[in-house]
Design a protein around this ligand. Structure first.
Ligand SMILES: N[C@@H](CCC(=O)N[C@@H](CS)C(=O)NCC(=O)O)C(=O)O
Length: 232
């Protein structure tokens, strides 16, 4: 489903506001993983959002494997690795950890890489309730797989969780089951200077597709490009 642009951005903005400021501000992690964390998730899933918020706040990048309902690409892999189809599912290749349960994943990320305790918006009932409200504003967006062509290499997205525009780009990546390296560039994030040096300005979402050499800003443009290039 595609909404008129105004409604698209407005509902995404409501999702952001529902999370009361989570997923916006980055603080340097105590440790950075040597190898990219791997997250099996999908947009629209309130539990997955809590983990993506934590990644932004901990200033951590991750390899995202979208697992929307009806997905045939990464869902089976997640089940083979973890034993069940439940999302989010985190794999930390740095120590072999495999975790279900959003609260446990958030606690693990904060303890392992943040060296600090998560706040009340990061895990627990308030986090889950606010994330469910956020999902309610974009029902099913990014949650159901659509037929797609497979890219040879993962795409790359510069984003932060609270951005209403980045959400629009991530939803399309999720629906098309396109794997991507998520570069989190929350406010004050350490990666911002390098990102600006590369892209020319501090604006997200920013998509790089190594399969075609295309690089672009603008959520509507990114959605169109992904649908035209990978939608079947
Ligand atoms: N208590 C779990 C709940 C996770 C959960 O129910 N996730 C849903 C998606 S929002 C799920 O995996 N559903 C099964 C499916 O999508 O096949 C958590 O916090 O991680």
């Amino acid at each position: 489903m595609e909404l008129p642009r105004f409604l698209d951005v407005a509902t995404s903005m409501f999702s952001t506001v529902s999370r009361l400021g989570a997923g916006l501000q980055a603080r340097r992690p105590a440790h950075r993983p040597a190898r990219l964390l791997e997250l099996y998730e999908f947009e629209g899933c309130p539990y997955c959002r809590k983990v993506r918020d934590a990644l932004t706040e901990l200033d951590l990048d991750a390899m995202i494997y979208p697992c929307p309902a009806g997905g045939t690409v990464y869902r089976p892999r997640a089940v083979a690795l973890g034993g069940k189809a439940q999302f989010p599912f985190l794999v930390d290749p740095n120590n072999g950890k495999r975790l279900y349960e959003s609260d446990d994943i958030v606690a693990y990320l904060f303890a392992t890489y943040g060296g600090r305790e998560p706040g009340i918006l990061a895990r627990g009932p308030l986090a889950t309730a606010s994330s469910m409200l956020a999902s309610a504003f974009r029902p099913a967006f990014g949650a159901r797989a659509r037929p797609s062509h497979r890219p040879a290499h993962p795409l790359e997205l510069w984003s932060f969780e609270a951005s209403p525009f980045c959400r629009i780009a991530r939803e399309t990546l999720s629906e098309l089951e396109l794997p991507y390296v998520l570069h989190n560039v929350g406010k004050d994030g350490a990666g911002r200077p390098d990102f600006v040096a590369r892209s020319g300005k501090m604006m997200v979402p920013y998509l790089v597709d190594p399969n075609t050499g295309r690089e672009m800003f603008e959520s509507a443009e990114i959605r169109r490009y992904l649908n035209e290039t990978y939608g079947a």
